[in-house]
Design a protein around this ligand. Structure first.
Ligand code: PEP
Length: 249
């Protein structure tokens, strides 16, 4: 995969309490995790500082969302400045649950990406089509439409961005995209980036696959040339996350 460092994200979503978090971090600390893989775990905001205080150096911590300005009258929101202040380096933005349940538009996601990057955070930006869109033959159209506003938002900060291709029909459903289906979209997106961003960006940017990744299917997906990592939901709460991180070993 052209020297792109494999990057595996865990998205805990709205799960975990202090006891289970302690267990998960103990499991990941014991690993062992492939030292050649970048590992980022997405934590509910209220536990960011707690997790930050107990994680080993080889695990990076992400928030699962943030708002688009530094501070102010935005009751209930958190800012990239706050994420950074508690020592976390990453934020996941544009997850399909944010887009669907909380009605985040492509433009809002792009504004959040721009502000998070301006603050100095690294971003996992999520995109992906619904089943209806796939069946209508619109997969690439949707993925390109979602990515387009991100290009201006990212500017020359592509070195701090990971894209996560997550077909909505595969998230939390147990229906993983086949390696061929995932590879096809990853390659199309990379090719689209050649002309819409730059050839250098297209070659260097890491594109994660997300959607019902498990220890059982990770190796085959990881072998695809344009799959540079995973974003893992359900399985990131389980010991098998270690095996997913180690899928390229
Ligand atoms: C996700 O939440 O990003 C995800 C891919 O979930 P799951 O692995 O459970 O399908």
């Amino acid at each position: 995969n052209m020297g792109r460092k494999f990057v595996v994200g865990g998205n805990w979503k709205m799960n975990g309490d202090k006891n289970t978090i302690h267990e998960i971090i103990t499991t990941l600390s014991n690993g062992p995790l492939d030292p050649n893989v970048e590992v980022v775990i997405g934590i509910p905001a209220i536990y960011l500082a707690y997790v930050q205080s107990i994680v080993p150096d080889n695990l990076k911590v992400a928030a699962q969302n943030c708002w688009k300005v530094e501070k102010g009258a935005f009751t209930g929101e958190i800012s990239p400045a706050m994420i950074k202040d508690v020592g976390s380096e990453w934020v996941i933005l544009g997850h399909s649950e944010r887009r669907t349940i909380f009605k985040e538009t492509d433009e809002l996601v792009a504004e959040k990406v721009a502000h998070a990057l301006a603050t100095g955070l690294k971003v996992i930006a999520c995109i992906g089509e619904t089943l209806e869109e796939r069946e209508a033959g619109k997969t690439e159209e949707v993925v390109f439409r979602q990515t387009l506003p991100l290009i201006a938002a990212i500017g020359d900060n592509w070195d701090r961005v990971v894209l996560a291709y997550e077909p909505v029909w595969a998230i939390g459903t147990g229906k993983t995209a086949s390696p061929a289906q995932a590879q096809e979209v990853h390659a199309a997106l990379r090719n689209w980036l050649v002309s819409n961003a730059s050839p250098a960006v297209a070659e260097a940017v890491r594109i994660q696959y997300g959607g019902s990744v498990t220890a059982a299917n990770a190796k085959e997906l990881a072998a695809c040339p344009d799959i540079d990592g995973f974003l893992v939901g359900g399985a990131s709460l389980k010991p098998e996350f270690v095996d997913i991180v180690n899928a390229t070993m």
